[in-house]
Design a protein. Sequence first.
Length: 560
Amino acid sequence: MSSATDRSTQPPFGSIRRRTKKACETCKLRKRKCNGHEPCSFCLKYEYDCSYETQPRKKPSNSSIARPPNKSRERPSSPALVARPDVNQQQMEANSGTAFPHFLGKSLNPQNPPKVHGFSWNLGLRYEPIQQFANITSLVSKDEMSVLVGHYLERIHPVYAVLNLEILEKKVALRWDDSITFDSYDPVLYGVAALGSLYSGDKGHRNEEALVHCAKEILEAPCTMNKPLIHHATAWVLRTLYLRSTSGPHTSWMASCSAMHIIEAAGAHQDPGMVSLVYSDTADVGIDKESQRRLFWVATVLNTWISYEYGRSRVILRGISCKPPVPRAGDLTAELVSLFQISEQLDPDQKNRISDLEDVLYHVGCLTLVHDALVLSQANLAFTIYRRLRVAASSISNDVINCIIRLGSEGTAAAVRMSEKRSPWWHVANVPFQFLCILLAIDSKESLSHVSHAMRSFKTVGVHFSTPTVHVAIETVDSLIKLSQRKKEREITLLKDSTQDQDLGLFERNMSSTEEYRSPWQGGFIDENIAENIDWDWNAFFDAEISLFDDRGHGGQIRY
């Protein structure tokens, strides 16, 4: 009887939830239920690469568990590096009308479903025009291109290593052998040549403007936009670097946003093997993993920092699984990304406390950077933190002020060194200008003592880059210095007027016979000439317990 009862209370076989002993790497990352098959049902449905971990995971021993770090000085977590599970990926795929015919075809004909394509995107009333682009071989000779590539590799590549040098060398070697056929890599060659000309230290190549224009034409052509490649995303990053160095903030911001959108279209924001089906019509996998990661992160850094400085929204992509770049010799991109990770705490959407901003400044100041371009970015980040603190806090601590001044001085020195090398990084003028403005805003004895040296450094930059833009910036900060000086002169005049009241002439005549006077808070006699040179401690003065009404007579007795 009891056995029958026990059997009746047990759930039927098949209703018991069973966990598979193993799950593929794709299902682990996307946090999906895996049936353990190879390939599993999820990867088979969405056409993902299905692979399993070769070695089983071992639980860490108690001795190997490290103590948690000190939270007060723990490095702030970067929102961009926080593992972003694919929460919205399935919803994005479900939203997509262009992907739905593929899913439907998979259920009807798994062997040959229709590709993801905008079959009925519009009525197709017009054919796409066939465009002819200028040939780079007609603008630059092969020898000139070799020189321009050398300038690019010396000045740009160490910090923004978005190119695979083997591919670049091969493309340059073959392009001038076939001067007729158009190559999808051409906009990259245009961008490299334009940047090499700009950063050559001379007047630049005679066709630099034409190189920039030709790259823009190719990148904005419908035939390019409809089938974006990784090369096109690289060319957009190069265009962003060029415009950030030469043009206004709006053009560079727009170019950086375009670079991010092309990166998403090419699937470069997701590691190979993890690209969502919605990108299958445009995804480009013809690049090595490390170059793709560097491309994604450099584009993200440029878009984020330009957006912060310009006061605009940055492009935030969904489903990011691209890992940070691995450090390697002769390549400082990993250091650039480390600086960026800290700066993401300055996102306007984050509600940072004053202590959070101070911690971000601490981590920025702790970085030891060897390249002057990174030192300039480090100083610029410190200035951003100061501006945020100035709005959030009624007063700023001396430690913070000293750190800001130190990083600003180092950034100004880096700007002078780069100007002497004729290396036109965009912060060469911006860092000295912003540093001078911040010194005037701090308005302390310590900060004002650095104004003279910072102004001389800024004028040195103006000597090496004698452009109207730099001259206007120098004139602007010079006028701010004069306004600050006049403000202090008016304050001094007010203090002088308070000691020269004409209505107290009789009192002044009586006091003129007295050669010395007694200071009630000093408790002694001070010579009047010496008193004029004393640097008064105003805090001690206002904190002193001074009787406002002395009711004692000459004999020291209290009068009633």
